[in-house]
Design a protein around this ligand. Structure first.
Ligand code: 5RP
Length: 233
């Protein structure tokens, strides 16, 4: 196991403590969230966690829930009236728990589920923590396909570089679970995350912004390469 795997596992195991019997659980997207899901699967299988329901934040997570044999626990937002706890990864976290998310292009469903949850727990390894965000990753922005050149031009007018995201295994722009495109935005100067989130969101054609407000995050669990954890509340 690599030190990053050990760190992810430590954070995921700690997050499991926030899942109580009977809970409706929002399940995040990405490699760290999948470590959490597999650990949850293990505990459900051996009877240590009972009667939970799982609301996925992406098609990838939905498929993994089904592949693990947990389809009977799968629920969509319209099938539940609340979410007790959501556990999700992040690309970057700052000291105020603000997040950059959307490296996997799942930011819109993630924000819907994560913000809806009574408790939103973020699991990351140490390499994701920065003083200021965005640090190494661009800010992902989900846009309706019709609007992408206009949103790109508007953001570049303000300052920075905007790229339409292309993937591998498909020609052309990647298409999100919601049928939209992703713009990756690197601002020219330092940003105030909640102000930038609000501003970008107001540009017509923008569906969602991959900046998550730290005030909406209940806890960040940071896994370390030696298997220990630290938390931010
Ligand atoms: O926001 C996300 C997907 O849209 C993920 O949570 C984020 O990219 C972190 O993924 P990983 O745990 O694989 O580093």
């Amino acid at each position: 196991m690599s030190s990053a795997d050990i760190a992810r596992e430590a954070a995921a195991k700690e997050a499991i403590k926030y899942v109580t019997d009977g809970a409706v659980v929002g399940v995040g997207t990405g490699s760290t969230a999948m470590v959490f899901l597999r650990e949850l699967h293990r505990l459900i299988s051996n009877g240590h966690v009972k009667d939970v329901l799982l609301v996925p934040t992406s098609t990838e997570t939905e498929i993994e829930i089904i592949n693990l044999g947990l389809a009977h626990l799968l629920r969509y937002p319209w099938q539940v009236n609340h979410i007790d706890v959501a556990v999700d990864g992040a690309d970057e976290v700052d000291r105020n728990k603000n997040l950059v998310k959307g490296g996997g292009a799942a930011l819109t469903r993630e924000k819907i589920v994560d913000y809806w949850a009574r408790s939103f727990v973020v699991i990351v390894d140490e390499s994701k923590v920065f003083d200021k965000i965005p640090a190494k990753h661009p800010i992902p922005i989900e846009v309706i396909p019709f609007a992408w050149p206009i949103v790109k031009a508007r953001l570049e007018e303000i300052g920075g570089v905007v790229n339409l995201r292309f993937g591998s295994g498909k020609r052309g722009p990647i298409v999100t679970d919601n049928g939209n495109y992703i713009l990756d935005y690197v601002p020219k100067t330092e940003i105030v995350p909640d102000e930038a989130e609000g501003f970008i969101k107001r540009v017509p054609g923008v569906v969602e912004v991959g900046l998550f407000n730290g005030k909406r995050v209940s806890k960040v669990i940071i896994g370390r390469p030696n298997g220990s954890i630290i938390t931010m509340d």
